[in-house]
Design a binder for this molecule. Structure first.
Ligand code: B12
Ligand code: SF4
Ligand code: SF4
Length: 331
């Protein structure tokens, strides 16, 4: 399937197994309330995640794709290191990947492009799954032989590290594709991600995330609250939107940096717009401009980007906590 290159896929795998191998870990995690406040991981959507056939009864097989944003992550780290204008704020690097656009839109189009090609060649039906669908995607990628679960709970691929998005096509036919052998755990004795997490959000025993303590939960998902729900929440590392810390320190990502065989990114206008707005001017100006933006202005400015989902209120909540904790201003 050489033609997959045109869809920016860095690796893919195939599986016919509908049931997640680690479904018990997931159920235990929810039972222990480690998913709170992410209620969409419990209840009816938890039931759907137990078996791909609960989500789509026609399921026969799945193709799982990795879409890397490592090049943007690398370039962003260089900016933090070298640009004298950098104001100390950090963004999850996926927001700069995919040409600065929301990956849900960009990758949906790619998955549908692949799906349509398969449909015409094999006369099959497909359903794409990408982040928001009730599917344990890391486990699906594991079943397709694409990597192992790191102690930071990321799916890690031996060649591409963990800075990638997983997108899949569920198919109603089996394909004549060789399955990869299951990848073994290559974390060994390393505990760098656990040690680096500023909020102790990684449970070292179960190797899962305590969702309420994770900066990513607070800065991306909790966009409708104004209070700080976890006493451990700490934004002093500058994490304004999402968090990459437990991946930044991972030797498997550093290895990809060192190998440096990926195509270099030069920022396009959308990416420059994000960087200029958030990270290349005084933080107080970012706050002031966000505050005075009308709903319509916010929409026009951020519509294509990942920041649109959390909205003005969510971003302001994050930046206020940062200013309060880091600079001790704004009460
Ligand atoms: C809810 C969610 C979150 C929550 C909770 C995260 C979590 N770890 O559960 C929050 C908001 C915190 C979050 C944050 C992020 N997320 Co998120 N998130 C999801 C979502 C929607 C569901 C994940 C889920 O079901 N969690 C429940 C837990 C229990 O399942 P799990 O993490 O998959 O863990 C499995 C294994 O680790 C295994 N397991 C658990 N314990 C143990 C122990 C042992 C010993 C073993 C062997 C196995 C094992 O069982 C679990 C069930 O299969 C998925 C998309 C999807 N539909 O799957 C994206 C997804 C996991 N997120 C993704 C990303 C990119 C992120 C962030 C990097 C974004 C950012 N920069 O801020 C961070 C990373 C935080 C982190 N270290 O996990 C990617 C991950 C890609 C990858 N390489 O793994 C996904 C797959 C989206 C996508 N389509 O690419 N996310
Ligand atoms: S994403 Fe950040 S807060 Fe969440 S577990 Fe990783 S290092 Fe900790
Ligand atoms: S930092 Fe170390 S322990 Fe954590 S995921 Fe990477 S290799 Fe595994």
């Amino acid at each position: 399937m050489e033609w997959l290159n045109q869809f920016d896929v860095v690796d893919f795998g195939y599986t016919e197994e509908p049931i997640p191998t680690t479904v018990d870990y997931y159920n235990e995690w929810v039972k222990n309330n480690l998913h709170a406040p992410l209620e969409y991981l419990a209840g009816e959507r938890q039931d759907k995640r137990q078996d791909l056939k609960n989500h789509w009864s026609e399921f026969q097989s799945a193709l799982v794709f990795l879409f890397s944003y490592h090049p943007s992550h690398f370039e962003l780290q260089e900016l933090y290191k070298k640009d004298p204008q950098w104001n100390g704020l950090k963004l999850a690097s996926y927001t700069l990947g995919f040409q600065g656009e929301d990956y849900h839109n960009i990758l949906r189009a790619k998955l549908e492009g692949i799906g349509e090609k398969l449909k015409s060649e094999h006369g099959l039906e497909y359903k794409f799954t990408l982040d928001t669908h009730p599917v344990l995607e890391r486990d699906l990628a594991k079943r397709a032989g694409l990597g192992w679960f790191g102690k930071n709970s990321m799916m890690i691929n031996r060649h591409h590290g963990s800075f990638f998005i997983i997108g899949s096509l569920l198919l109603n036919k089996k394909l004549d594709i060789k399955t990869k052998t299951s990848e073994t755990d290559h974390c060994g004795q390393c505990t760098r991600c656990i040690d680096a997490c500023p909020t102790d959000a990684i449970d070292p025993v179960t190797r899962t995330i305590i969702a309420k303590d994770c900066i990513s939960t607070f800065t991306i998902e909790q966009f409708k609250i104004d209070t700080v729900p976890s006493e451990k929440m700490d934004l002093t590392s500058g994490t304004l939107f999402g968090c990459d810390i437990c991946q930044d320190v991972c030797p498997w990502n550093k290895r990809v940096d060192r190998k440096n065989d990926f195509e270099k990114v030069s920022w396009n206008d959308e990416q420059k717009k994000i960087l200029d707005f958030f990270v290349l001017r005084p933080v107080e100006n970012v706050h002031a401009d966000l505050e005075k933006m009308s709903g319509g202005e916010f929409e026009r400015f951020f519509q294509k980007t990942s920041f649109f989902r959390s909205g003005k209120r969510g971003l302001l909540k994050n930046i206020r906590l940062y200013l309060k904790q880091k600079l001790n201003i704004l009460s």
